[in-house]
Design a protein around this ligand. Structure first.
Ligand code: GLN
Length: 484
């Protein structure tokens, strides 16, 4: 068995038993990356020397943490001291992190080794990774197609066995949608479950860090490592962290599964719908009870998101002005010229579009009409979920309305691109948790493409998500090898 095909949990177990060394694991991945990444382009940086050095150090210690000696991959928007962090943007060109994000600190404490930086849409704005200022990433299942986004580098790397597991971020679907279209497991934790300290902010009331992995067990393992209260993030929740891996084995007998009619609307690809409905049947066989539910404010979610997320982004991105971080224009005539030209040169078109939109909805005269109204509808969306979770324990939906689309297909049509997140965005607005798991592949002409199934849980309902994902994974057998 080649080492690169291991899961995170298997790799950790092998190191613990001293069957392989951390250096062996890193070397196996480096070989795989050299072979596959020229075609997939999931990485922005592979820290070859640094990763090997970390691995050598781990091999000298006696294994203690849950991830001792195991390489993990980070999306390029998490700070790790001394290394580049560009958010897929030219404006952070040359910026090196002066400190560690809390997730990095916790992974380090668990013994993990950092492999490099995964490509992403610039500042996490996008659903295809085509908005990266460096290069697009390709879907390992069909190199002509997008890997999803914005955490497309993470999903593509994990799907093609170039990484055992990774951390992405999800503001409106950026963990779950790429996981779905690449055939991985992706979990967006409850808002406040994982510290955002050291994650470069896109929309602070929506952002969460979470795992993109090969299976549910690995997602549980990574969440276990990174979850929990952090005094450095004032939105972090104090709740104790349960044993997520235990939940995987508990089964779903008697759990009530809510099916929201609004998520099975026109626009849903028939092959996706078929696989999702088949999964509903399988979950019933496993003992879940089906309840029809309604989330009536669903049709407003995308519009509300693009007011709130852009408003927050316009404020968060004001700090990139050439004074303190990254790119600075040459020979500015005065301070305003420095700001103006630095930002004009440093930001890509999608980021500029969002800053303009966000500034507009916050401006005097429009604030009440757009921003305030969006906040009110956000409350209604949150209440929809509150009502729904009185009737069911978890909600089942497609993750993405379509399988991976072609590179370039939606690149010039922002509205079509925004609709790729129609099934994932409401969970961020409501602050609840969600997981995407593979539920099969498309058939017919063309290459088979993975399809994802989404389970949504109430606030702090991650254990329930792992119960369902763990049980479903046992019955949904499919070949997760994209053949690269
Ligand atoms: N695709 C959505 C957007 O473009 C969500 C991105 C994300 O979750 N970071 O904003």
């Amino acid at each position: 068995m080649s080492l690169h095909t291991l899961t995170l949990a298997q790799a950790a177990e092998k190191v613990r038993r001293k069957e392989v060394s951390s250096v062996d694991l890193v070397k196996a991945l480096l070989v795989r990356i050299r072979e596959v990444d020229p075609r997939v382009q999931a990485f922005l940086d592979v820290n070859e020397e640094d990763a090997l050095e970390q691995a050598r150090l781990r091999d000298r210690e006696s294994p203690s943490g849950a991830l001792h000696g195991v390489p993990v991959l980070l999306k390029d928007n998490m700070n790790r001291r001394g290394t580049f962090c560009s958010c897929g943007s030219k404006i952070l060109n040359g910026y090196r992190a002066p400190y560690n994000a809390t997730v990095v600190e916790r992974l380090e404490k668990a013994g993990a080794v950092f492999l490099g930086r995964a490509n992403m849409d610039e500042f996490a704005m996008g659903s295809s990774t085509e908005n990266s200022a460096m290069h697009a990433t390709r879907n390992p299942w069909d190199l002509e197609r997008i890997p999803g986004g914005s955490s497309g580098g993470c999903a593509a790397a994990v799907a093609s066995d170039m990484a055992f597991g990774s951390l992405g971020s999800d503001t409106g679907g950026s963990i779950r949608q790429p996981a779905a279209v690449c055939g991985c497991v992706g979990l967006k934790p409850t808002y406040g479950r994982v510290s955002r300290y050291g994650l470069v902010a896109f929309a602070s009331s929506l952002d969460q860090i979470g795992p993109i992995t090969k299976d549910a067990r690995d997602a549980a393992l990574l969440l276990q490592t990174i979850a929990g209260h952090d005094p450095r993030d004032s939105t972090s929740l104090p709740d104790a962290v349960p044993d997520y891996s235990k939940a995987l084995e508990q089964g779903i007998k008697g759990l009530r599964m809510g099916l929201p009619k609004e998520y099975f609307a026109p626009g849903l690809d028939p092959q996706v719908e078929k696989l999702v409905r088949a999964a509903v049947e399988e979950l019933r066989q496993l003992g879940a009870e089906l309840v029809e539910i309604s989330l009536p404010h669903t049709p407003y979610a995308v519009a509300v998101y693009y007011v709130i997320a852009t408003a927050e982004a316009s404020a968060n991105l004001a700090r990139f002005d050439g004074v303190r971080y990254g790119h600075r224009t040459s020979e500015p005539s005065d301070l305003l010229d420095l700001y103006g030209r630095t930002r004009a040169e440093g930001f890509g078109p999608e980021v500029k579009r969002r800053i303009i939109l966000g500034t507009y909805v916050l401006s005097s005269g429009y604030y009440d009409a757009y921003y305030l109204r969006a906040q009110k509808v956000r409350t209604l969306i949150r209440r929809d979920f509150g009502e729904a979770f009185k009737k069911c324990d978890f909600i089942l939906t497609p993750t993405s309305p379509t399988p991976a689309f072609k590179l370039g297909e939606k690149a010039n049509d922002p509205l079509q691109m925004y609709l790729a997140d129609i099934c994932t965005i409401a969970a961020n607005l409501a602050g609840i948790c969600g997981i995407s798991v593979p539920c099969g592949r498309t058939g017919g002409a063309g290459k088979p493409l993975p399809v994802g199934l989404q389970f949504l849980g109430p606030s702090m309902g991650e254990e329930t998500l792992f119960r369902v994902a763990g049980a479903y994974e046992q019955v949904c057998r499919w070949d997760r090898n994209p053949g690269l």
